[in-house]
Design a protein around this ligand. Structure first.
Ligand SMILES: NC(=O)c1ccc[n+]([C@@H]2O[C@H](COP(=O)([O-])OP(=O)(O)OC[C@H]3O[C@@H](n4cnc5c(N)ncnc54)[C@H](O)[C@@H]3O)[C@@H](O)[C@H]2O)c1
Length: 253
């Protein structure tokens, strides 16, 4: 038996939310694994581009836009295919999380979270699948969370978006399997990024997190990247319709 090489050589990967945090780490890891990489985000993608260039000599394709605007979502896929000639792997990483209690939450909170974390992801899958289906090949990795599987107080809207994302990914895995397209949900536990920075400043929250994690630590953005590269690669060719957790054991108790 040969152990397959874990590589993304000759693959084109599009990563949403690639301007910072976990998305920027995914972009670098995929480029290091041999892929051509396009990144999409609302904010500047300069830092990601510079970092990838410095570490790998490669130019990423930066695409600005908003996941809430479906014309932008369609354009990100079309620009990637136009530039690189194809799309092999879509990573739906862009996401937002606003903690709101049930009594505080507004319709606007509901709409903005669901629009980015669920509706935008669904349509990104649709536009990517249009290119993947004729090639009978492709991988879609949707970034969930530990709250794709369990609830969290004052995060009901975020939980709804990430729980919905997991089941939606399973449904898409069933629909796309006949076309040899895999759909996987990668579920990180807490990550040390701008999304959590404010919250983690409070020692009580840090304490809370270290109790959630059975390893006593939380993820750095780089901790997710090796699993993402593995799932995107042909070494994981039979992994679809499931969720993979990188959560320091949070779901074990
Ligand atoms: N940070 C955590 O603790 C944690 C835990 C589990 C899952 N996640 C998930 O991992 C993913 C990345 O999280 P992160 O911590 O790196 O977040 P982050 O806030 O550091 O980065 C989010 C990225 O998404 C982009 N983005 C947000 N809204 C967008 C929009 N409307 N249109 C286009 N781009 C948009 C931002 O520009 C940025 O590039 C998210 O889906 C998040 O829900 C994060």
């Amino acid at each position: 038996m040969q152990i397959p090489e874990i590589t993304l050589k000759e693959k084109v990967v599009l990563i949403t939310g690639g301007s910072r945090g976990a998305g920027a780490a995914y972009a670098l890891a995929c480029a290091k694994a041999g892929a051509e990489v396009a990144v999409f985000a609302r904010g500047s993608l300069n830092n990601t581009g510079k970092n990838v260039k410095k570490e790998t000599g490669k130019d990423v394709l930066p695409i600005n836009g908003d996941m809430r605007n479906l014309a932008d979502v369609e354009r990100m896929v079309e620009e990637t295919v136009k530039h690189f000639g194809k799309l092999d792997v879509l990573v739906n990483n862009a996401g937002i999380c606003e903690s709101r209690s049930l009594l505080e939450a507004t319709e606007e909170d509901w709409d903005s979270t669901l629009d980015v974390n669920l509706k935008g992801v669904f349509f990104a899958c649709k536009y990517a699948a249009r290119h993947m289906i004729p090639k009978r090949s492709g991988v879609i990795i949707n970034i969930g969370s530990e709250v794709s599987h369990v609830g969290a107080a004052e995060e009901a809207i975020y939980c709804a978006s990430k729980g919905g994302l997991f089941i939606m990914s399973q449904a898409l895995a069933l629909e796309l399997a006949p076309h040899n397209i895999r759909v996987v949900t990668l579920c990180p536990g807490p990550i040390n990024t701008d999304m959590t920075a404010e919250w983690l400043k409070d020692p009580a929250n840090r304490e809370k997190l270290s109790k959630i994690s059975i390893l006593g630590r939380i993820n750095e953005p780089e901790d997710l990247a090796p699993t993402l590269v593995l799932l995107a690669s042909d070494a994981a060719r039979n992994v679809t319709g499931c969720s993979w957790s990188v959560d320091c054991g949070a779901l074990a108790k």
